[in-house]
Design a protein around this ligand. Structure first.
Ligand SMILES: Cc1cc2nc3c(=O)[nH]c(=O)nc-3n(C[C@H](O)[C@H](O)[C@H](O)COP(=O)(O)O)c2cc1C
Length: 184
């Protein structure tokens, strides 16, 4: 099972739209996914005490990351990096088992022309540090404000095909070669 992490808690985010689209792509490929939207994190995880005592509402998030065979992380560019809430989320997950030897792929997006390149590259540094298997083929979505239609679907079929082939490669070559697959 692939866990998709929507890496912001901004209400009505484009990251969530991408997460939903990614779920549709993986379901066409016959893979099981689980969506973790950081907008659903409860406020207790942001309290200082959470480092010593994890709030019970955080447990399902941590469990879904631990149980996942691979992670697809959607990261919008916020001020030249990824959203702060995603770093808080990473910092509260169990260490080291959450990411150790785990296949991870990244999808970046931004309002500007770089498509979240800086957000993804910062995350690649962190996940490299945490001994994850970082999939080298990254997906970037520039000008995110006009990438989706009113139904929240990707406007451009070329972008859709480019995504699908990279996400398929993550599933078929990357997950398969790094773990025992239970999804296919
Ligand atoms: C706090 C904040 C900071 C942002 N910083 C950047 C930035 O540095 N570069 C950029 O191209 N876009 C920036 N944007 C635009 C976002 O990348 C763009 O709106 C994206 O769709 C936001 O993702 P979201 O809808 O999932 O929150 C920023 C947006 C927000 C809310």
């Amino acid at each position: 099972m692939i866990a998709t992490i929507v890496g912001t808690n901004r209400p009505g985010s484009n990251s969530r739209r991408i997460g939903d689209e990614l779920g549709r792509i993986y379901s066409r490929l016959g893979a099981e996914t689980s969506l973790l939207d950081l907008a659903e994190l409860r406020v207790e995880i942001f309290l200082p005490i959470a480092y010593a005592q994890k709030p019970p509402a955080f447990e399902p998030f941590a469990r879904r990351v631990l149980e996942a065979s691979g992670l697809a992380i959607i990261a919008a560019e916020y001020n030249g990096s990824f959203p702060g809430v995603l770093k808080v989320f990473i910092d509260h997950l169990p260490f080291p088992q959450s990411f150790e030897q785990k296949p991870v792929c990244f999808i970046g997006l931004s309002g500007g022309v770089w498509g979240g390149l800086r957000a993804v590259e910062h995350l690649q540094g962190i996940f490299g540090h945490r001994n994850a298997h970082v999939f080298p083929e990254r997906v970037f979505i520039p000008r995110s404000g006009s990438a989706f239609n009113e139904q929240g679907l990707l406007q451009d079929p070329k972008t859709w095909h480019a995504w699908s082939s990279k996400l398929r490669a993550f599933l078929i070559s990357w997950l398969e070669s790094h773990i025992e697959l239970e999804v296919l």
